[in-house]
Ligand binder design. Structure first.
Ligand code: G6P
Length: 485
């Protein structure tokens, strides 16, 4: 594990996330190959990783796949192996059927199973061990998201010399919901192993601080928690604060300006029969996204005769997600039944009411869809940030298009001045706003879109990672010697 850049035997920056930023394929002879997956996090971290000699620890995405660490794009990639049972209990179970619904305001009921918790602990320990083995003395380790909340403390126990940051990409729930978790205290203690804990919204950080105060009794002062000294470690200060994430806005803006994407966007509109108004929804097929609420409102607008299918159409991209989890299977059934009913009722030959696409698409196609859409519908019931809203804005260098945005997204904190905010539970209110969006005059659209673009182009994802790492690295270092193994 000698770093090729510095010759040292560890890395200065280690990122830990559930998934590695590459997709693996195994051919019929068992040969493993990989290609980059274009996620937001890797775009954000690549420049810092390259500058500072970095390693990335994460799961390959497949069961029982054992791959040795390898170098790609000036980063060390360190795969963590998960068995099929661990995927079932740690990933599908505890992460996505316990924590995910609990942290998204129990829109679906969270399931609490002790076997899932045991697997979560064991797998978190494996990630922590892998990160500890990669990190140079005094290195910075940045742990990501709800799948790995125990890693900060597990790391600190082995490596008190490290600076540890944690970022939660999803909401942190109010105490009264978080409290339901049978292992709430262990999760809080796991997170408090970090020096800096980042959240999407100020409200998430204050929910966390309140949970710490009520469940541990530790002293808190504003955003700072003081954990008491123990026999072998001094008292520590942990900071919790909001760092709203963004996208690589300039690259997306440039992509949407290319002649190919522009031509494709005209083609999409033509293929849809040149509607006067094209509405668009783009989501992972997840019950947090409010897809059913959105489609219900749209169906009622058609029923009320406020719009008609000859002039208006809705394109709904719902990318497949977590298909082994029951709540996701049920949602798919419900959404597909609803789409079928509305199309059956209102579509005409050559004029679908809803074009439903259960696929995921590359960024070029997404940019073309955004450019083609007059109205973008983001109606999440709960959402850490929602990057689709930001991508839509970054694509619209023509200053046209209307963003309908749920109050329950992190993005609403930043985009309230240009978007039309909705409460997706209020179907009548949402219907009025969707109709208003469909009729908004181009001058008003321009005024609003300019405001939105100023914001999204200024706060891009590299600013996000620099500001998180800046705060983390400015915290007093501990000079604690690396513990001997
Ligand atoms: C959310 C989470 C991520 C997760 C992504 C896709 O954005 O915050 O941690 O990677 O959803 O979900 P998946 O379960 O496919 O990784």
């Amino acid at each position: 594990r000698r770093s090729p850049l510095t010759g040292k035997d560890g890395y200065d920056l280690v990122v830990v996330s559930n998934r590695l930023p590459v997709d693996f394929t195994v051919d019929h002879e068992g040969r493993v190959d990989w290609k980059r997956s274009p996620g937001g996090l890797v775009t954000a971290l690549e420049p810092v990783m390259q500058k500072s000699d970095g390693a990335w620890v994460g799961w390959s995405g497949a069961p029982d796949l054992e791959v040795e660490p390898f170098d790609a794009d000036d980063m060390r990639l360190v795969p963590v192996t998960l068995s099929a049972t661990e995927i079932e209990r740690y990933y599908e179970g505890f992460s996505n059927d316990t924590l995910w619904p609990l942290y998204h305001d129990v829109i679906a009921p969270p399931a609490f199973h002790r076997q899932w918790w045991d697997a979560y602990r064991r797998v978190n320990q494996r990630f922590a061990d892998a990160a500890a083995a990669q990190a140079e003395q005094g290195a910075t380790v940045w742990v990501h998201d709800y799948q790995l909340q125990l890693v900060p403390r597990m790391l600190r126990e082995q490596r008190p010399d490290l600076r540890i940051g944690f970022f939660n990409h999803i909401p942190f729930p109010p105490l009264e919901l978080f409290q339901q978790l049978p292992w709430r205290r262990q999760v809080i203690d796991g997170l408090l192993g970090a020096d800096l804990i980042g959240f999407q919204r100020a409200g998430d950080a204050s929910n966390f601080i309140r949970a710490v105060r009520r469940l541990t009794g530790y002293t808190t002062r504003g955003p700072i928690v003081t954990t008491p000294a123990t026999e072998d470690s001094p008292a520590r200060h942990v900071r919790a604060a909001a760092f709203p994430i963004s996208i690589d806005s300039h690259t997306f803006d440039e992509l949407a300006r290319t002649p190919e994407v522009q031509a494709r966007s005209r083609e999409i509109r033509a293929d849809l029969g040149d509607p006067e108004v094209m509405m668009l929804g783009v989501d992972r097929l997840d019950y947090t996204k409010g897809i059913r609420h959105r489609i219900k409102a749209y169906g009622e607008i058609l029923q009320d005769g406020r719009i008609d299918v000859e002039h208006v159409t809705l394109v709904q991209v719902a990318s497949p997600s977590r298909e082994n989890v029951g709540a996701y299977q049920e949602l798919r059934e419900q959404v597909e039944a609803l789409v079928g009913r509305i199309n059956g009722e209102y579509a005409e030959i050559g004029h679908a009411a809803i074009h439903y696409l259960h696929h995921s698409y590359p960024p070029e196609e997404m940019a073309a869809l955004y450019l083609a859409a007059d109205v973008m519908l983001v109606t999440s019931l709960r959402d850490g940030m929602n990057l689709v809203a930001k991508e839509y804005i970054a694509a619209r260098s023509d200053d046209q298009g209307v963003l309908v945005l749920s109050e329950f997204t992190g993005a609403a904190d930043e985009l309230a001045s240009g978007a039309l905010l909705v409460n997706p539970h209020d179907i009548d209110g949402m219907k009025d706003i969707i109709v208003a969006a469909a009729h908004m005059d181009p001058r008003e659209q321009r005024k609003r879109m300019r405001r939105l673009r100023r914001r999204v182009l200024a706060d891009d994802v590299s600013k996000w990672s620099e500001s998180f790492l800046g705060v983390l690295q400015a915290m007093p270092s501990r000079d604690t010697p690396r513990r001997q193994e």
